[in-house]
Design a protein around this ligand. Structure first.
Ligand SMILES: NC(=O)c1ccc[n+]([C@@H]2O[C@H](COP(=O)([O-])OP(=O)(O)OC[C@H]3O[C@@H](n4cnc5c(N)ncnc54)[C@H](OP(=O)(O)O)[C@@H]3O)[C@@H](O)[C@H]2O)c1
Length: 216
């Protein structure tokens, strides 16, 4: 499949590399077509990898990943162009981290909204699915880095989009019985606010390779 990845940071690179390893064609998007990180990534990832602007990546992909800074993601998708998003699954892995007051960051959107909802509201023809934002990017693409059984969440308004994303997650190594559907895109608030706890657990675990498991 042709997949567009918005984002040149560690997340875009990890997801892009995994998708290429799985046999997909991937175009990484950035604000500028000559972004150095994207050039390095594409050079290392091989002939299935390419780079361009956010709009280039959006036009290229049959499915899209948003791996950009959460508080900038709405602007990124505007730049990508509504016509390039219409009808496509947009997998949103972003977090709305606010570093304006230094570290540790705060969660910049709260109870009443989320990045996932912002994107779905502004682009009603896109099929936004929120997932993967609750784990470190290395764990996103290799859940076996965390020992034992642990869980991933999906949410979104479009059932068939969620089914497509579940299949993709399974190809990343997430067991089907550990992928929980939280419901519609308003559930993005919950998984985005979880970052406040994730940041504290990171300090406790002394490693970013951890996750949570639902026990009931
Ligand atoms: N690090 C992790 O393990 C992890 C885990 C879960 C979720 N996340 C989330 O995944 C996302 C990506 O994280 P990251 O650390 O790889 O990268 P990041 O530094 O959060 O974001 C980098 C991307 O955001 C774009 N960007 C930043 N500010 C922008 C602005 N003002 N306007 C337009 N675009 C802007 C950059 O564009 P350019 O390419 O043009 O510079 C770049 O592509 C974030 O939302 C993060 O919270 C990260």
């Amino acid at each position: 499949m042709r997949i567009g990845v918005f984002g040149t940071g560690v997340v875009g690179q990890a997801i892009g590399a995994k998708l290429v390893a799985l046999g997909h064609e991937v175009r990484m998007g950035s604000r500028s077509a000559d972004n150095e990180s994207a050039a390095t990534w594409a050079g290392e990832a091989g002939p299935q990898a390419s780079r361009g602007t956010f709009a280039d990546a959006a036009g290229f992909g049959e499915l899209l990943f948003n791996c950009t800074a959460g508080l900038a993601s709405l602007d990124v998708l505007r730049t990508a162009g509504a016509e390039n998003l219409a009808g496509k699954v947009v997998v949103d892995v972003s977090n709305a981290l606010d570093f304006s007051q230094g570290a540790p960051p705060t969660v910049g959107l709260g109870n009443a909204d989320s990045v996932g909802e912002q994107l779905q509201r502004e682009f009603p023809e896109a099929r936004v699915v929120k997932t993967l934002n609750t784990v470190n990017c290395e764990v996103m693409v290799d859940p076996s880095l965390v020992p034992g059984e642990h869980d991933m969440f999906v949410c979104g308004n479009d059932e068939s989009a969620k089914a497509d994303v579940r299949s993709l997650l399974e190809s990343f190594g997430w067991p089907a019985n550990h992928i929980f559907d939280l419901g519609d895109i308003t559930s993005a608030r919950a998984v985005e606010m979880y970052l406040a706890l994730w940041l504290r657990l990171w300090g406790v675990a002394q490693s970013p390779h951890f996750n949570i498991r639902l026990v009931s």
